[in-house]
Write a protein that binds this ligand. Structure first.
Ligand code: ZN
Length: 128
């Protein structure tokens, strides 16, 4: 399962638009209803317009009507974890048990639950 997402995340990284950081990031996610979406980081000369690979994949899923995430894979050469903003966005569309798989070029993978990466999260429940 995660190997399929790994291949898709790694492939997405090849589409990265990262002329400033030179860091190619790819992501692939699986929704609870079995759809898969890919994303890459898309940087912008304004910097503020930059969007991470994970959020690109999430925007694609949500924009096509799939709002519940089951698993998300993040691929970078060095195995970088998701940033805080991406973890917050994941919280909007998944519960704390979301599997977040972090993979690197060497093939090493680490799987964490969202609640481990973003403890005491501000969730949609707080807004009810
Ligand atoms: Zn991010």
């Amino acid at each position: 399962m995660s190997h399929d997402l790994r291949a898709k995340a790694k492939a997405a990284a090849t589409h990265s638009h990262s002329p400033y950081s030179k860091a190619r990031v790819g992501s692939a996610l699986e929704t609870t209803d079995g759809h898969v979406y890919q994303g890459c980081n898309i940087e912008n000369a304004s910097f503020g317009g930059t969007v991470c690979a994970e959020r690109v994949a999430i925007w694609k899923a949500v924009s096509e009507g799939h709002r519940r995430l089951k698993r998300i894979y993040v691929y970078t050469v060095d195995g970088w974890p998701p940033c805080g903003m991406c973890l917050q966005v994941m919280t909007e569309f998944a519960d704390g048990n979301l599997e977040v798989v972090i993979g690197n070029e060497a093939g090493q993978e680490t799987t964490r639950r969202l609640k481990e990466l973003l403890t005491n999260a501000f969730t949609p429940d707080h807004m009810e």
